[in-house]
Ligand binder design. Structure first.
Ligand code: NAP
Length: 259
């Protein structure tokens, strides 16, 4: 399918690895020029070069922490006119509900709620001016179905979801479409370390822990960065002009509900 976005320009935050990288790859395949970002310069430059080698698009790499004012300023300075924004960052640490104090919540809100809001506030006005824009916020399946030990993530991402619900409806009349993409378990570094922790806890091999995990999903597997990127690219395409403020759960059917 032609996504109709060849020649557009996108920022994909937190995109040297994992889901962000999958989104950057899929947008590049659709002919989108990119600004990619992560804190670690080495992996970021490698990803930028991989994308340049594979697709005939311009890629600017900005090594910066997207959860800080300075980091966002660096990314925005390098960006120029942006048509597509994919918001992403690392997730907060797990724990128990009594573990978390005000500072922990502020850090989680900064990273997973206020950083994406700041990026939207910086870029959406120009999208409105040009009467076209797409924003996809990478949140989590935990917005639909809480993961108890991820209380910081559940809280911060719920806040972002509430903001997007209202804001998306205020800007849609100007051709700017904002939606959230909720990953279930995908095969990134994080999934690997979760499987290693399960194997250790249960005294089984990592392969066994991964096989048990995969069998629990209706598809018999977990998602890939390519699965995720393809859905993200569609959500950035010309075809989503009537899809506003939605929370798209990409989990292979793991969340068991009729609707
Ligand atoms: P990942 O494989 O660990 O990749 C994270 C990427 O983000 C890396 O490129 C990392 O590079 C970059 N990054 C992290 N913090 C950053 C920051 N402050 N500023 C700029 N770049 C940053 O993670 P992932 O699995 O793709 O997950 C992405 C998001 O989806 C996370 O918020 C995660 O909680 C959420 N999620 C993932 C899954 C899953 O199954 N994978 C499921 C639900 C939710 P540097 O470390 O070099 O900065």
């Amino acid at each position: 399918m032609d996504l109709g976005i060849s020649g557009k320009r996108a920022i994909v935050c937190a995109s040297s690895k994992g889901l962000g990288r999958g989104c950057a790859m899929a947008l590049a395949a659709a002919g989108v020029d990119l600004v990619v970002n992560a804190r670690g310069a080495e992996a970021l430059e490698k990803t930028a070069q991989d994308i340049r080698d594979r697709y005939n698009v311009n890629v600017t790499a900005v090594a910066a922490d997207i959860t800080t004012d300075d980091g966002r300023a660096e990314v925005l300075e390098a960006a120029g006119d942006i048509d597509i924004l994919v918001n992403n960052a690392g997730g907060p640490p797990p724990g128990f509900w009594t573990d978390w104090d005000r500072e922990d919540f502020i850090a989680a809100l900064d990273a997973n709620m206020l950083a994406p809001i700041a990026m939207m506030k910086a870029l959406v006005p120009d999208m409105i001016e040009r009467k076209w824009g797409r924003v996809v916020n990478i949140t989590s399946a935990s917005v639909r179905s809480p993961i108890s030990q991820l209380g910081l993530s559940n809280s911060a991402r719920a806040g972002l979801t509430g903001y997007v619900a209202g804001t998306s409806r205020q800007v849609a009349q100007h051709g700017v479409i904002i939606n959230n993409l909720l990953p279930g378990l995908h095969a990134t570094d994080r999934a690997k370390s979760l499987a290693e922790a399960t194997a250790k806890r249960e005294g089984v091999s990592v392969e066994m822990a991964e096989a048990t995990r995969d069998a629990a999903n209706p598809t018999g597997r977990i998602g890939s960065a390519a699965d995720f990127g393809a859905t993200c690219a569609f959500m950035c395409s010309q075809h989503v002009g009537f899809m506003v403020g939605q929370n798209i759960l990409l989990d292979g059917g793991a969340f068991n509900s009729t609707m």
